[in-house]
Design a protein around this ligand. Sequence first.
Ligand code: ADP
Length: 681
Amino acid sequence: MFNKILIANRGEIACRVAATCKRLGIASVAVYSDADANAKHVAACDEAVHIGGATAAESYLRVDRIVQAARASGAQAVHPGYGFLSENEAFAQACEAAGIAFIGPPVEAIAAMGSKAAAKALMQSASVPLVPGYHGDDQDAALLHREADAIGYPVLLKASAGGGGKGMRVVERSEDFDAALASCKREAASSFGNDRVLIEKYLTRPRHVEVQVFADTLGGTVYLFDRDCSVQRRHQKVLEEAPAPGLPSEMRRAMGEAAVAAARAVNYVGAGTVEFIMTGADFYFMEMNTRLQVEHPVTEMVTGLDLVEWQLRVAAGEPLPLTQPELKLDGHAIEARIYAEHPARGFLPSTGRLKHLRMPKGVEFAIGSGGVKAAVRIDSGVREGDTITPFYDPMIAKLIVHGATREEALSRMSHALRACEVVGPHTNVEFLQRIVTSVPFSSGDLDTGLIERHHDALFSATRKPFREAVALACAALLNREGGEAARNTHDASPWSALSHWRLNSGYTQTLNWRDVEKEADFPAIFARDGAAQTLTFDDVSDRFTWWRGDGPHAFGATLGDQHVTGRVFIDGDAFHVFCRGDALAFEWQNLLAHAADTEHGEGRLTAPMPGKVIAVLVEPGAMVEKGTPLIVMEAMKMEHTIGAPTAGTVSEVLYAVGDQVADGAQLLVLDVEWAAHARCA
Ligand code: ADP
């Protein structure tokens, strides 16, 4: 076995690999970019080497720097994690050339599966079933169009070198094909440096079921069962589970064996995932990922195995620790990916400092013999105070639960999500909770269109514990005010110190709030008369008491007959209330402090996130309709098209192709008056 390895990655997967190293007594070396000098993964490893600038291209994608770091630190092997260089042949080759073991498959296997098109050709000859489509070398646009017409719409365009759903375009009609092809090629070229595409019949209501395989250098190949990853947004996984619900055992075996055949066809070694698309009882090969997957923890939970340990053992030349008959499934596991993003704004990535981060009580990748199993496990690469930057994937954490049955795992997941508290970037926590508790998901009626089909229900406004949350916000504000006054008067009791309060005489204080989500202002009137206290808002008056709970941010209150406890995280004048599994935010309208605030102007078109301008589709003077695409931005390797919010005339374009823009920067000026006049005329 190795005694020192370098982890060529960052974030949660680097921390995850470091945890297994620690358990096995292997020294770990981290690499980091300018943006990650104080990152969690650096602290998780025994040593760390700086490799370059903040962007991935300047750091985590620098083959030369990483190999040099491995050499200099004396690491015997490199673990690439997922993403970045994990499926990069040149990197695997450079490691081998430097005499450092690459913890992954042989270069030839990466090459064989690196191109979706070539992989499909290979699988065809190994008799693994394929989705009808075109994966030929000839990339002539007219030919591709004819092939798509022949396959029949809808078709799916994929970047042959692609991954992570990037570059994929569903084309519904022949007349949309050319534009979709251009857009797919553009995103493929920028994300993967290769614009080759393939076309597949777009299956309706399919499931994504994948099989974990493992092979050693001695000819052993096994499958570690399946995962269902059907719940996706923008073709990216959101929730994953193992085993795939409702799969008959013969089908489980057939898929497992097909996956093993696929791995054997490329002389595979190490951890790999064979992805299938399934409709009814039919399954077709989609691709093989030649690395550890983001969702590997659900497989660890149901097999009780540490897959990183298996990777290390196989890379060191040891045989697979278990044979196929020795592998057993135990219970059910579900993983939810907690992202910094805006679900309601098309899942746009969100950035910012994690001012407050509280995850449910769980195990941070449990260390110990058999230690991968826990009722709740959290794999995270960030801590409170860290920043989600635009440079890398905006994942905050993976929340993984295990239960004896799927029902038990589901209720555990729902419970765990209720305990997640994040202040700073927007997150998908509430959205995940809605999916987990939705009928289609909880009944196991899974397919890749689940989110889209149930869009309205998943995005509709829900009833939140509004009155309870206001009571807690008021408690926190009264506590803060009283606390400050108390310090001034050297009196520890906040009640005797409340500003304006007079013993035995009526006292009222108006707390002006803004409900952040509803963008509505409302006053809450706190009154005390003798021993009686009331809180009045929304035209309802209730008896009110409050107290400080145990631990930071904890408060309790009674409002009428309601008793509520929760946490209030105060960020300046913003009061973030977490109670009854919901998050609500109120801004205290400190009228004196904000007298000078101004309003935003109309007709401004601003960047919804930091990123780069990759196409400007209009010129000054252009008359546009509402929704006309104006500018295409790229952020986090995804294209985002910014459309006109209303009809008007473009009077100025403020950025050019290639420019980097900050979050909220004005991109162009749209003259909306003109259109209004024109319509009147
Ligand atoms: P990537 O490597 O970019 O993740 P995949 O080929 O793995 O791309 O596909 C990602 C997802 O896109 C799948 O999980 C599935 O939801 C959807 N998908 C892929 N191929 C098809 C298809 N032919 N028909 C319908 N959906 C598909």
